[in-house]
Each structure stands twice: as structure tokens, then as C-alpha cells.
Design a protein around this ligand. Structure first.
Ligand code: HEC
Ligand code: HEC
Ligand code: HEC
Ligand code: HEC
Length: 510
């Protein structure tokens, strides 16, 4: 029913494109038509123990190695390192603060600390919705089971403050109530209903493509998939591209056409979705999240069935020679002997060099694309200021949307230079083409309206300057956050402890 509906919508779109016969019609069609999807009711049969410390005694090796994710404590302020990000996300909360990921133990602390979540005082204050907790820990599937998807998603972020308190842990990946788990077996499980649905859609899309090409495609539907696929899919709980759909802001993965940059772009264009309107260019923008699973599956290791677990959660031996899974998810080079060296003969230095040089190549092209898109945003603003019309601007704004989408799909995929460097370079290369298309169109519009080119780009050489240019009062944001962390967060923790939802000796960074 739902697939038929989406298909029908894209047929209508395709027909109207053909009828108008102009690329310009794309924007006219950019009216958001949410996909139809189920909203699951509470599921009292699903019992989830989210307090990670409760598993410490029975599974000491897994617990201790999981706790060691707290060693990955380096916080990298990405927008301070690269102030162009502040311009690219102009008008969107991401331009206030954006950090590189770190150890799983910090997930709760970091989502509270970041300026993007603001400083709510009551459960009904914004700015963000509940959806922002969704990849932070096992309290999330617990709440979705208790409250249903509507009860969980359809509220402000602060509603979850005293509930989502345990960082990414055991029940995010395991059916901790199963007989298998009690016997020390993994019993891998996905308990978030939107993730199970998304994997079914992806499976449908890829099976159809494989059939058309006469190729084999492994089953990706989690509950019937082979263990190899499941081992990567538990990371797809969170390390994926997603958006907040409809009025209830339901987390949804845009995988109905597949997982490439083009498949997902088409999905968003077909339903007319945009995350926000850019404050300078007024382009209808997309924010990519972190398509690590998508990019990995398109790369050499993904295609060969080498999963996230082989590199990030290797099997190791304890002092007695007993094998267990190392739960300290980290950079695999820091555990080289039990990761890469299981399959490759090359030395650590040699492989590290290869990965470092790919990172440099990817970063270089990424930087060039960023420069182009930053210029396009300022040029579009200059065109609007000179009196350009909506009709004149539409096609160029769609090019900006697509160029920045391509940049972000690559930039937000942490580790993409390792997981699939060829894919990254192709995505970025196509982004440079889109940016060039945008700037060519803008040059013609600027000339028509008598604007002298090149358009002057303000000084954005530091984050402080860029925040100022983009109208962000960063000091005000920081003060409000400080107050929130001093007053509201301790209340959340007190309440969670009193309700038995957070261990007194919690190792989650609070
Ligand atoms: C991000 C996902 C993830 C989290 C979080 C996680 N595990 Fe695991 N766990 C795995 C994977 C993957 C395996 C290995 C599966 C395989 O071998 O196919 C595993 C294996 C296990 C096993 C089976 C024995 C072994 O070592 O291979 C146990 C027991 C276990 N984990 C306990 C825990 C406990 C206790 C926690 C919480 C402190 C936890 N896990 C957190 C993913 C996770
Ligand atoms: C429940 C959601 C969730 C699941 C499941 C999950 N992650 Fe994460 N992961 C995150 C979040 C959120 C962060 C960033 C935490 C922060 O910076 O505060 C992160 C960070 C990371 C990092 C960066 C660590 C560092 O020290 O820099 C790696 C690597 C990673 N995850 C790999 C994995 C792998 C591999 C799996 C599957 C075995 C997995 N994750 C499963 C949500 C998740
Ligand atoms: C073949 C080994 C391999 C596989 C398979 C693999 N990774 Fe990685 N991953 C790495 C390496 C190595 C790095 C660090 C690259 C570097 O040092 O520049 C990395 C980096 C990352 C990072 C960024 C960490 C940071 O701090 O920026 C994340 C997140 C991540 N991987 C998640 C995943 C997920 C999720 C999967 C599966 C969908 C996966 N990886 C599969 C080897 C692998
Ligand atoms: C479970 C086995 C396995 C593990 C673990 C593994 N690899 Fe691989 N690797 C493969 C396979 C299989 C291929 C594809 C070989 C081929 O067909 O050429 C490959 C290919 C490669 C290539 C060449 C292909 C390319 O991307 O251009 C590099 C480089 C590489 N691996 C690096 C690493 C690094 C670094 C690590 C550890 C972080 C690692 N691998 C971990 C199995 C593994």
C-alpha cells in the first residue's frame, strides 16, 4: 500500500515535469508530501533493560571493554576547525556547533552539552524534538515500547530528559531477555521499529535492482538476515542517514530507492522534503546525517562481507585464552593485531599510510567543494538583493541543494575515506559539477541585474567571524547552555535515579 502510494506520487511528479518541460518546475513541485508509514502502538511484550550496569557482574569482559569507550574522549570542534561549515548551515541549528564523534560513553553528555539542543526549562520547551535522543542509548527502544511511536516522537526533546539517561549499551544491540543471551551468546537484536522498517525497504529496493540486473543480493531484512548482515545492521540502528518525517517528527531512513547519494537525493526530491531554507541563498536544503552504513556497504570491504564488527569489535582472548568480543569500539588501528592483521599481511605502518593518503585526497576535494558552495550561497544572496525573481532563481537553488547534499553525504560519513574512498571521491566530484552548474546560472542572473562579479565574500576566516557574519550571538547561546547544564540537567539525573532508571554508580558520562 505504502510502496504503491510513493510510486504513484513519483509518477505524478514525473508527469508534471514532462508536461512543463522545464527543470525550473522542480521547485514549484517542492511541496512536502510525507510518505505514508505506520506509527506503532506501545508494545508491552517488549521488555528492555536499559541500565547497562546491571550486566556488569554476569558479563565482566564485555562490560569492561564496553566501558573503555570512555577512553575515546577527544572532543573536536569541527566548525572551529573549518568555519565554512557555519556558512553552509546558515539558518539551521548546526551552524551553532558541530563536533566530530567520540566514544559511545559520551553520547548522553554530548547531546545535552551541544548548543544545538538549546536550553529548555520545561518538558514542553524547544527547540528540538524527541527525535534527537533516538541514537543515544537503550532507553529509546524502551520508551518506544512503553509509549508507542506517537507518544515517543511527538514531543519536545526535554520530555525525555529524565528518561534517556544511559548511553549506547547492551540492550541497543542484544536481546538481553533471551535464553541465548543468558547462555552467553550474542542474540543480536534491533528493537527500534523504524530501523526494522527501513531495512525491509532497503532490502526491497536492492532485491528489485539485483533482479533487474540478474545478480544475487543477500537478504537485508534484519529478523531473517544471515548473521553477517546482522553484524553490520546493528550499527545501522544509528550510523545512517535519516530525517524527521511528518508532524510527529518520526525518525525515518530514506532508503526506499536504495542507499547511494543519488537514490536518497531522488527520495527527498520526490517527496519535496527539505530540512530548512538557507538563510543567505533561500535554497531548500538537505542536511545529511552520518551515512556510515550506506557508504561502508558500497565499499570494497562491505561488498566482500567484511563488517563493522570485523574492524571495530574484534574477537580477542582474555588471560585464560578464552575468546570474547572486544566492546571498546574505537579506531581499528589501535587494535591492529586483532583487526586488519587478521586478513592482511601488510604492516600497520603501510596500511595506515594508505588510509592517511586517502583521507588527505578526500579532504582536499571536500574542501574545494565547500569553497564552491560557500560562494554560491553568497552569490545567490547578492542576486536576491539585486531584485532577482523566484522564477529566475529556482534552477540555481536546486543546484545548490544538490551540491551541498553531495558534500554533506560525504562529509558526515565519518571514516568514509577508509570505508569507501572511491565512493567518496565520486560523490564529491559530482557535487563540484552541481556547484559549477549553480554558479554558472547565478553568474547570468547577476549580470542581468547589473551586479559586478566576483561577488565579495565576507571574512569568515575564524569561527568567531563566521558566527558574526551569519547573525549568531554565540555568547548568548553559551550562557543559556551553561545555565541549563547547572539547573535542569541535575534535576533530570536526580529524577532518573529516584525512579531506578539510572544506576547510582552509572558509568555513562553525565
Ligand atoms: C553496538 C552494539 C553492541 C553493544 C552496545 C553491546 N554489544 Fe555485546 N556484542 C555485540 C556484537 C556485534 C557481538 C558479537 C556478535 C557476533 O560475534 O556475531 C557481541 C557479543 C556479545 C556477547 C557474546 C559473547 C562474546 O563476547 O562474543 C555478550 C555476552 C555480550 N556481547 C554482552 C554485552 C553486554 C553485557 C553489553 C553492555 C555492557 C554489550 N554486549 C553491549 C554488539 C554490542
Ligand atoms: C544507539 C546508537 C548507536 C549504535 C547502535 C552504534 N553507534 Fe556508534 N556512535 C553513536 C553515537 C551517537 C556516536 C557519537 C558519540 C559522541 O560523540 O558523543 C557514536 C560514535 C562512534 C564511533 C566514534 C568513536 C570514537 O572514539 O571516536 C565509532 C567508531 C562508532 N560509533 C562505531 C560504531 C559501530 C561499529 C557500531 C556497531 C557495532 C556502532 N557504532 C553502533 C551511536 C551508535
Ligand atoms: C575494514 C575495516 C573497517 C570496516 C569494515 C568498518 N570500519 Fe569504520 N573505520 C575503520 C578505520 C580504520 C577507521 C579510522 C580511519 C582513520 O584512521 O582515518 C574507521 C572510522 C570509523 C568511524 C569514524 C570514527 C571517528 O572518530 O571519526 C566511524 C563512525 C566508523 N568507522 C563506523 C563504522 C561502521 C558503522 C561500520 C559498518 C557499517 C564500519 N565502520 C566498518 C575501519 C573499518
Ligand atoms: C575480515 C577480513 C578483513 C579485515 C579485518 C580487513 N580487511 Fe581489508 N580487505 C579485505 C578484503 C576481502 C578485501 C578485498 C580484497 C580484494 O578483492 O582485492 C580488502 C581490501 C583492502 C584494501 C584494498 C581495497 C581498497 O580499499 O582499495 C585495503 C587498503 C584494505 N583492505 C585495508 C584494510 C585495513 C586498513 C583494515 C583494518 C582497519 C582492513 N583492511 C581489515 C578483508 C579484510
Amino acid at each position: 500500500m505504502f510502496i504503491v502510494n510513493t510510486l504513484r506520487k513519483s509518477l505524478i511528479l514525473a508527469a508534471s515535469f514532462a508536461a512543463l518541460g522545464a527543470y525550473n518546475s522542480a521547485m514549484a513541485e517542492m511541496v512536502y508530501k510525507p510518505v505514508e508509514q505506520p506509527v506503532e502502538a506501545p508494545n508491552p511484550n517488549l521488555k528492555i533493560e536499559a541500565v547497562n550496569e546491571k550486566f556488569a557482574e554476569k558479563y565482566p569482559k564485555q562490560f569492561q571493554s564496553w566501558k573503555a569507550t570512555e577512553k575515546g574522549d577527544k572532543l573536536i570542534y569541527a566548525d572551529e576547525e573549518d568555519p565554512r561549515l557555519i556558512v553552509l548551515w546558515g539558518g539551521y541549528a548546526f551552524s551553532k556547533e558541530y563536533n566530530a564523534p567520540r566514544g559511545h560513553a559520551y553520547a548522553i553528555k554530548d547531546v545535552r552539552d551541544i548548543l544545538r539542543t538549546g536550553a529548555p526549562k520545561t518538558a514542553n520547551d524547544g527547540p528540538q524534538p524527541m527525535a534527537c535522543w533516538t541514537c543515544k542509548g537503550p532507553d529509546v527502544p524502551r520508551l518506544i515500547a512503553e509509549w508507542g511511536e506517537e507518544g515517543y516522537f511527538n514531543a519536545k526533546w526535554a520530555k525525555g530528559g529524565a528518561e534517556v539517561v544511559n548511553s549506547i549499551g547492551c540492550a541497543d544491540c542484544h536481546d538481553t531477555t533471551s535464553k541465548d543471551f543468558a547462555e552467553g551468546k550474542p542474540a543480536l537484536r534491533i528493537a527500534r521499529p523504524h530501523v526494522l522498517r527501513a531495512l525491509d525497504h532497503l532490502n526491497n529496493a536492492l532485491q528489485a535492482k539485483a533482479k533487474a540486473a540478474g545478480k544475487e543480493q543477500p537478504n537485508l531484512s534484519f529478523n531473517t538476515a544471515a548473521r553477517t548482515e546482522q553484524r553490520a545492521e546493528i550499527c545501522a540502528n544509528c550510523h545512517v542517514e535519516y530525517y524527521f518525517a511528518g508532524d510527529i517528527k518520526q525518525v525515518t531512513f530514506p532508503w526506499n530507492n536504495g542507499q547511494t547519494v543519488d537514490d536518497i537525493e531522488k527520495y527527498y526530491d520526490d517527496i519535496g522534503f527539505s530540512d530548512w531554507t538557507h538563510s543567505l541563498s533561500k535554497a531548500p536544503m538537505l542536511k545529511a546525517q552520518h551515512p556510515d552504513f550506506e557508504i561502508w556497504s558500497l565499499g570494497m570491504h562491505g561488498k566482500n562481507g567484511v563488517t563493522c564488527i570485523d574492524c571495530h569489535m574484534p574477537k580477542v582472548q582474555d588471560a585464560d585464552g578464552k575468546v570474547y568480543t572486544d566492546h571498546q569500539i574505537q579506531n581499528p588501528f589501535d587494535a591492529f593485531d586483532s583487526t586488519c592483521a587478521n586478513c592482511h599481511d601488510q604492516s600497520k605502518e603501510k596500511l595506515k599510510d594508505i588510509v592517511a593518503s586517502r583521507k588527505k585526497d578526500v579532504k582536499d576535494v571536500m574542501g574545494r567543494l565547500e569553497d564552491q558552495v560557500v560562494k554560491a550561497h553568497f552569490e545567490a544572496k547578492a542576486a536576491w538583493d539585486a531584485g532577482a525573481t523566484k522564477e529566475e532563481m529556482e534552477a540555481a537553488l536546486m543546484d545548490i541543494r544538490h551540491a551541498q547534499w553531495r558534500w554533506d553525504y560525504a562529509a558526515a560519513s565519518h571514516g568514509g575515506h577508509m570505508h569507501a574512498p572511491d565512493v567518496m571521491l565520486r560523490v564529491l566530484g559530482s557535487g563540484i559539477d552541481k556547484a559549477a552548474d549553480a554558479r554558472t546560472k547565478l553568474a547570468a542572473i547577476l549580470t542581468k541585474h547589473g551586479v559586478k562579479t566576483p561577488v565579495e565574500i565576507p571574512d569568515i576566516s575564524t569561527a568567531e567571524k563566521a558566527w558574526k557574519v551569519m547573525g549568531i550571538d554565540i555568547e548568548k547561546e553559551r550562557q543559556a547552555k551553561e545555565e541549563f547544564l547547572k539547573t535542569v540537567v541535575p534535576q533530570w539525573e536526580k529524577e532518573a535515579k529516584a525512579n531506578g532508571k539510572l544506576a547510582e554508580d552509572s558509568v555513562t558520562k553525565q
